[in-house]
Ligand binder design. Structure first.
Ligand SMILES: Nc1ncnc2c1ncn2[C@@H]1O[C@H](COP(=O)(O)OP(=O)(O)OP(=O)(O)O)[C@@H](O)[C@H]1O
Ligand SMILES: [Cu+]
Length: 753
């Protein structure tokens, strides 16, 4: 199966690599082909990491430890906005990574500007080899706890009517211990005319100190810092849910040395083409291809399907999967950092960088909300006492409470946590989602277009009928057919070749072989030109007849696919092949129907066969005789009446997949291109992953709505309470923290699915 030819990957980077048509007729069913799966047409960078290259620009990738919140994003945007040469900034807050697309901008200046706002950047040179996570700034728990104790002591001293100076000292020390960081960040933000929550909190706490609310000021500051710390931790949990997948791969592998001995080696030092031995029950350390032995392997870590799969010589094995029964040796086909699993993880990590719609809404909202509340607070603090004989203390206090409420923390944090958790769970199911927006859109899917061969069916048809149609000797006809069919990788041709091999039919030498898209193949045998293909080809060649039509139709109505062998004297034979429908396809279609999704089958195969198969799986609409561009046209048309998805496996579906709002690639595990180009890659061939994806999308969205509504409701309630004079700063901070923690917990709930 899918031999990952690494030498082709490394040597031919610049030359577009296409299969010459006289070797393989087309790119059909990549999984069956032996070819280098990487796409050489793409810029090298895009093949394995997060930043999507904008044409012709250079990019600098930085890791910024202090950046994990949209307020910091806003700060950085503002700071870098007017610098020369910067084209675009891309933020991945979850990974704390900033990508600067620029042309000839001075990196020194960029780095200096970032450092000036306390966002010291760490350049990332090679995305591949660097470990991405493990990068949370340390939280000083002990110091924070001590600050908490002091704040509490201040509160108690005040309550017991202790000396004022003692309360003040306790409070100030607590604020310094717990809140210096907040003050620093707040100050930087203010200097850059940015009103973030650190600035708000600094104002509120300072204000409270000035009006003599010392213990309260201390408590508010400590609680705020505590909340920030807990939030950072929760974010890490969501982030690590994906990272943890990588820990599935063992650190060591047993590698064959040149002297014939086996040696335990660090996985990261194992070169391509090394031979590795695997014992029963052991986890596989690297991607490779079995060279001796056989076994059953549980691929659940990658595909989400725990039913073990039998593997023998020539089959691919993947890092992170579990060898169950036998023992075997395999040849390594990819470095540890390039394994399918690490590609998956990188893809999900970069998916977190793309913002879902809900997130954009929240960010936009926060941008307006915070300054607005700030202005309201300012008015509340000044206008009543100045013009309406209000009592200064009361109104300033109210203003300070409003400042606390102005903090959009909970709201802002709720969406990324939810989305990231959703992406992580999906990965565990064996569904690789390439961006938050697809997860968000899935629930809106109205129509799903499905390819037939390999998607609904197994894509491994068998020859069922062979009918002589002409005067030639039947043995000779099969020899000619087998000779031509064996040159092609198309499932139909393969079926004919297999049947011929079973009957020990010998083959002729074929020259000038080529494939005709959507029709069949042609080749020369002993100076004669032979064609083998479908009804369309027969018509194109003008050798059709009524009698032939009848025979073709009779077979097609049984759900079989028919190809003819056509020689200089016209049609010589009919071959019918039949594919088997996957059990899981039927279940998937039933589930999709329940979810209210219209299914449409698109196939290059003939109309009758299409209809028969569609009926068998329960698909309402089938369209046959489609060339790749026809599939594209159908998808475009479907897209006009709502969100449309397309599932396919082969390269010939690529245009339609790209056109669909959500392109699902099947059986992505062996094909790197599928992982890279699809919007959603299903790691195995199980169509039931699509309803699963849609359900996940629905529950993700439900949680998003809950979170946003809840966070907003709390704000509104506190607004009202403040004006009624019922709210104090304590409560406001508590409410804010409480909300943040609740929405984060709610988001993380997805991880338990
Ligand atoms: N290389 C080939 N060998 C034999 N038949 C072929 C070949 N290429 C095309 N055909 C014929 O043309 C039809 C359409 O081929 P095409 O590759 O476009 O679609 P398909 O792969 O069969 O179906 P699907 O679109 O569902 O994947 C096939 O059903 C087959 O009858
Ligand atoms: Cu015909």
């Amino acid at each position: 199966m899918n031999q990952h030819n690494s030498s082709c990957c490394s040597k031919q980077k610049s030359t577009p690599h296409h299969h010459t048509s006289n070797e393989h007729d087309d790119h059909h069913h990549q999984k069956e082909q032996q070819h280098c799966a990487c796409s050489h047409d793409q810029p090298i960078l895009s093949s394995n990491n997060a930043p999507i290259p904008v044409s012709n620009d250079t990019q600098a990738v930085y890791r910024i430890g202090n950046m994990d919140c949209p307020t910091e994003e806003a700060l950085i945007r503002k700071k870098l906005a007017n610098m020369a040469g910067i084209i675009k900034l891309e933020f991945n807050l979850m990974q704390r990574i900033l990508t600067v697309h620029h042309n000839q901008a001075s990196l020194k200046d960029i780095e200096a500007a970032l450092t000036a706002i306390d966002m010291a950047p760490e350049p990332i040179l090679n995305f591949d080899t660097e470990k991405t996570a493990d990068f949370t700034p340390k939280i000083k728990w002990k110091q924070l706890a001590f600050a908490g104790v002091l704040a509490l002591a201040a509160e108690i001293t005040h309550f017991m009517a202790g000396p004022d100076y003692l309360v003040l000292i306790l409070a100030i020390v607590a604020i310094l211990l717990g809140g210096l960081g907040t003050y620093k960040k707040g100050w930087i933000a203010l200097k850059n005319f940015n009103l973030n929550m650190n600035a708000l909190m600094s104002f509120a706490v300072t204000g409270a100190l000035l009006i003599g609310q010392w213990p309260e000021a201390a408590m508010v500051m400590v609680l705020f810092t505590l909340a920030e710390a807990i939030e950072a931790k929760s974010m890490d949990r969501a982030r690590n849910a994906i990272k943890n997948l990588l820990s599935l791969t063992p650190e060591q592998a047993t590698v064959l040395q040149s002297d014939g001995l086996w040696l335990e080696m660090e996985v990261k030092n194992v070169a391509i083409d090394s031979v590795v031995r695997v014992k029963p029950g052991e986890r596989i350390a690297l991607d490779g291809e079995i060279v001796s032995g056989q076994s059953t392997i549980n691929q659940a870590p990658i595909t989400g399907e725990s039913l073990p799969i039998e593997k023998e010589i020539g089959d691919s094995v993947f890092a992170g999967t579990i060898n169950e029964s036998g023992s075997f040796e395999y040849k390594v086909t990819a470095l540890a950092t390039q394994s399918t699993l690490s590609r998956i993880i990188k893809a999900v990590e970069s998916a977190q960088g793309t913002k879902a719609q809900a997130q954009r809404f929240v960010d936009r909202f926060a941008k307006v909300y915070t300054p607005l509340v700030f202005i309201i607070a300012l008015c509340v603090g000044l206008i009543p006492p100045l013009f309406m004989h209000g009592i200064w203390f009361d109104w300033i206090y109210k203003a300070l409470v409003l400042l606390v409420i102005a903090c959009p923390c909970a709201l802002v944090i709720s969406t990324p946590v939810t989305i990231v958790s959703g992406l992580a769970v999906a990965t565990r199911y064996g569904i690789l989602i390439k961006g938050g927006m697809y997860l968000e859109q899935g629930r809106k899917l109205k129509t799903l277009a499905l390819d037939k061969t390999g998607t609904i069916t197994y894509g491994k048809p068998k020859q069922t009928d062979f009918i002589v149609f002409g005067t030639l000797d039947s043995q000779q006809i099969r020899q000619i057919a087998a000779s031509i069919a064996s040159r092609s990788d198309h499932p139909v041709s393969k079926a004919i070749t297999l049947a011929a091999n079973d009957d020990q039919i010998t083959q002729f030498k074929v020259i000038n072989f080529s494939a005709i898209l959507g029709q069949g193949t042609r080749g020369e045998i002993e100076g004669e030109l032979w064609f083998m293909g479908n009804h369309r080809m027969v018509k194109e060649l003008g050798v059709c007849s009524n009698l032939l039509d009848q025979q073709i139709q009779a077979l097609e109505q049984q759900g079989k696919t028919v190809v003819m062998l056509i020689g200089p004297q016209g049609v010589q034979a009919l071959f019918a092949v039949a594919d088997t429908i996957k059990e899981t396809s039927i279940e998937a279609i039933t589930e999709l129907k329940k979810l209210g999704i219209t299914t449409v089958m698109l196939t290059g195969d003939n109309r009758y066969t299409a209809e028969v198969i569609a009926k068998q799986v329960g698909i309402s609409q089938a369209k046959g005789n489609l060339l790749p561009e026809d599939k594209l046209a159908v998808v475009s048309e479907l897209a006009q009446s709502g969100i449309v998805g397309m599932v396919g496996d082969g390269i010939n579906d690529a245009p339609a997949l790209a056109k669909a709002d959500i392109g699902f690639a099947m059986g992505a595990v062996g094909t790197d291109t599928a992982i890279e180009t699809a919007d959603v890659a299903l790691m195995d061939d199980d169509l039931r992953k699509i309803p699963q994806f849609i359900r996940l999308s629905k529950s993700t969205f439900a949680i998003l709505v809950q979170n946003i509504t809840f966070a907003l409701a709390v704000k509104i309630v506190f607004f009202a309470l403040t004006f009624m004079g019922e709210a104090n700063m304590w409560m406001a901070v508590f409410a804010d923290i409480g909300t943040s923690l609740l929405v984060v917990a709610n988001g993380l709930r997805l991880l338990r699915k």
